[in-house]
Design a protein around this ligand. Structure first.
Ligand code: UD1
Ligand code: UDP
Length: 372
């Protein structure tokens, strides 16, 4: 495509905490580059957690649709983001709309772009668990977003292969690495000693929020935590609670009042990075944490039945344990009791990127819009 002079108008859309973290380096780079007129459009699917994550990078949205409601439904997010992004695009036409990952914000924003024939770029394209119910609804969100997009920034070769296998993308597929590694390195480079947690008692960091974990699976995970606390006297758990009230209710009911369990509000990103570094191992059903733990060479028990990031399993930087009490305990005990096994994670290779994904994406976009 050829542009007739002027700046390349690019809007990055973010809705939730992980999108904020993973799109911040790209927004900063686009804003710095005089070839672009870069905007950041927040859907506000998450309110406080989104702004908290952006603030760490010193990035403010140019506009915020503030769609979040208490205990919101997927229908509400979809409709509000589709209409909100659509209206915003009508008032602020763009050469390219960048969306990220697998959220309902990403899908609805991509659809708004598609309806206006505004080219859409999908950052973190091509991830697949090949199970539409896990993670739900994110597997559908990312596959549908890939269908609508013209540019696919795949973090790994496997993600690019997934797209080719579905006949998506053709020449619009680029392997770039994941921008979360850029965000992580950016943060580590700026971390001062006060942001590093003191050495001390053995600590396990736990986060969980996925819809398919709500209810019984989350109770199983908490039961495993209780068993581990009993077996390992001196072991502590740090649990930054997701803002979602469904998640909070279950976890605080199951583990509230237990000694050696500390709940916190969502941590600022540098504090969360420090907590990952400080822990003996991490337990999480998060997507981003799978990539970060791998880059930090920190053992991770993945609280999911399947992962759309199988590279971590192939290279052994994460172990899939589901929400199965027995499996969680077996793997956790091994990590706590076998120092050689625990130490072997330091030797494992991170498949998710080298910290230069942002630069690659910016160069690809610039090249496309300025080529003659
Ligand atoms: C969403 C994304 C998921 C992403 C996750 C990251 C979808 C379908 N899911 O799930 O892909 O991994 O975010 O965290 O897009 N809340 C607050 N304040 C906040 C954020 C949430 O109070 O800052 C509460 C609200 O009551 C809100 C609820 O949490 O209604 C649920 O948020 P929602 O975006 O629907 O779902 P997540 O589970 O966060
Ligand atoms: N994170 C954070 N503070 C917290 C918990 C997580 O900054 O208290 C970061 C974490 O490092 C990762 C991202 O939030 O980059 C993951 O978000 P989440 O688990 O909500 O979503 P997912 O990655 O599963 O989409």
């Amino acid at each position: 495509m050829t542009r007739q002079g002027g700046k390349i108008r690019v809007a990055c859309v973010v809705g939730t905490r992980p999108e904020a973290i993973k799109m911040a380096p790209l927004t900063l780079a686009l804003r710095r580059d005089p070839a672009f007129e870069a905007r950041l459009l927040a859907s506000g699917q998450h309110a406080d957690m989104l702004i908290q994550a952006l603030a760490h990078f010193g990035v403010e949205p140019d506009a915020n649709l503030s769609v979040m409601r208490e205990r919101q439904t997927l229908d509400h997010i979809t409709v509000a983001v589709l209409e909100g992004v659509g209206d915003w695009l009508d008032a602020n036409p763009q050469d390219l709309l960048l969306v990220h990952g697998d959220t309902t914000t990403a899908l609805a924003a991509a659809l708004a772009g598609f309806y206006r024939k505004t080219p859409v770029g999908h950052v973190e394209a091509g991830l697949r668990s090949h199970d539409m119910s896990r993670p739900f609804p994110e597997e559908a969100n990312r596959a549908l977003t890939d269908r609508l997009a013209s540019f696919h920034f795949a973090p790994t070769p496997l993600a690019a292969e997934n797209l080719q296998a579905e006949g998506i993308g053709g020449k619009g597929v680029f392997v770039t690495g994941n921008t979360v590694i850029d965000a992580l390195f950016w943060t580590l480079a700026r971390a001062d000693k006060s942001e590093r947690l003191e050495e001390g008692a053995p600590l396990v960091l736990l986060t969980a929020h996925r819809r398919e974990s709500w209810g019984k699976p989350l109770e199983e995970i908490c039961a495993a935590v209780r068993d581990l606390l009993e077996r390992h006297v001196g072991l502590h758990f740090l649990i930054p609670l997701h803002k979602n009230p469904q998640v909070r209710d279950t976890i605080t009911k199951a583990l509230g009042g237990r000694p050696r369990v500390a709940f916190t509000e969502p941590l600022d990103y540098p504090d969360f990075v420090a907590a990952m570094n400080r822990s003996v191992f991490i337990m999480s059903d998060s997507g981003g944490v799978q990539e970060e733990a791998s880059a930090l060479k920190k053992p991770l028990l993945i609280l999911r039945e399947v992962s759309e990031r199988p590279e971590a399993l192939d290279l052994g930087t994460g172990v899939l344990v589901g929400a199965n009490r027995g499996r969680i305990e077996r793997e956790a005990n091994r990590l706590l009791e076998d120092a050689a096994y625990r130490g072997s994670f330091a030797e494992r290779t991170c498949p998710f990127g080298d910290g230069n994904a942002t630069a690659r994406i910016v160069a690809i976009i610039k090249n496309h819009f300025t080529e003659v």
